[in-house]
Design a protein around this ligand. Structure first.
Ligand SMILES: Nc1ncnc2c1ncn2[C@@H]1O[C@H](COP(=O)(O)OP(=O)(O)OP(=O)(O)O)[C@@H](O)[C@H]1O
Ligand SMILES: [Mg+2]
Length: 234
């Protein structure tokens, strides 16, 4: 493996682990507050601890997947229920949505076929896209911070997940650089989210594009083949 690829992978690992680690800290703080309150709601404490356990499990899945990539092992391609995966994103980003005062609507497609994909990696892609949408929506007033995930089948062989936001949209200057590693306009951004998404989608034979909406804001379009050509299915 080339040194540049190692750099990309370790940068990617740091980027992808920061979200579950932030979530674990936030939930641990909630559990601490719950324990101090009187009367103490032990059911709420237990639910918060369950959340911490699943966030930790997710962080360890990300590390495992990154290790197998480093060892050039096959990725974990399996049949994934996309409707279910998107509902899971809502659970994972629940606190983030509350803290930033944004709503997330999922327009599921009941007839959407399951796709062959690495569910951990696909989850990372969706988290990055929804996080960008939530962050973009921060720049408008609280009552207009809306994110919509829209799922549909595209022709006979592909599916599409559109992540639409109500933020400021993308300027022509930014458009050409969005997918470049380390391109960011955010004070605290690494500029790795979209380049990680593009790399993962390319490995799945899919694509990513981001366009401005007619009525303001932007939409990220993720397109995936239902059964990627040349990908080993375990
Ligand atoms: N939905 C969006 N609306 C407006 N601009 C966006 C949107 N998504 C991405 N961008 C622009 O693309 C840039 C790159 O996004 P990317 O996700 O790669 O990095 P980032 O969000 O800045 O940092 P991070 O590494 O934490 O993801 C952002 O800084 C922002 O300028
Ligand atoms: Mg980002």
């Amino acid at each position: 493996m080339r040194v540049s690829q190692m750099g990309e992978l370790s940068g990617g690992l740091a980027h992808e682990l920061s979200q579950p680690l932030t979530a674990i800290l936030a939930r641990a703080e909630v559990a601490r507050l719950l324990l101090d309150s009187k009367p103490c709601d032990l059911k709420a404490v237990a639910a918060t601890l369950d959340n911490i356990i699943s966030e930790d499990q997710r962080a360890s899945d990300i590390i495992k997947r990154m290790r197998s990539l480093l060892k050039n092992k096959e990725t974990g391609i399996e049949l994934v229920d996309i409707n279910e995966l998107c509902q899971g994103i809502r659970t994972l980003l629940h606190m983030e949505l509350i803290n930033r005062g944004a709503t997330l609507k999922i327009e599921a497609a009941p007839d959407l076929p399951n796709v062959f994909a690495d569910s951990v990696q696909l989850q990372q892609v969706l988290i990055n896209l929804v996080m960008n949408a939530i962050e973009a929506a921060q720049s408008v007033e609280a009552s207009r911070r809306h994110v919509v995930m829209r799922l549909r089948k595209l022709g006979a062989d592909n599916i599409e997940i559109a992540v639409q936001d109500s933020g400021p949209g993308i300027s022509p200057d930014e458009q050409a650089h969005l997918l470049e590693p380390f391109f960011t306009t955010k004070e605290r951004g690494l500029g790795l989210g979209l380049s990680i998404c593009a790399t993962i989608l390319r490995r799945h034979g899919g694509t990513l594009s981001i366009e401005n909406n007619e009525g303001g804001g932007a939409t990220a379009f993720l397109r995936l083949p239902i059964r990627p050509v040349g990908v080993h299915v375990s």
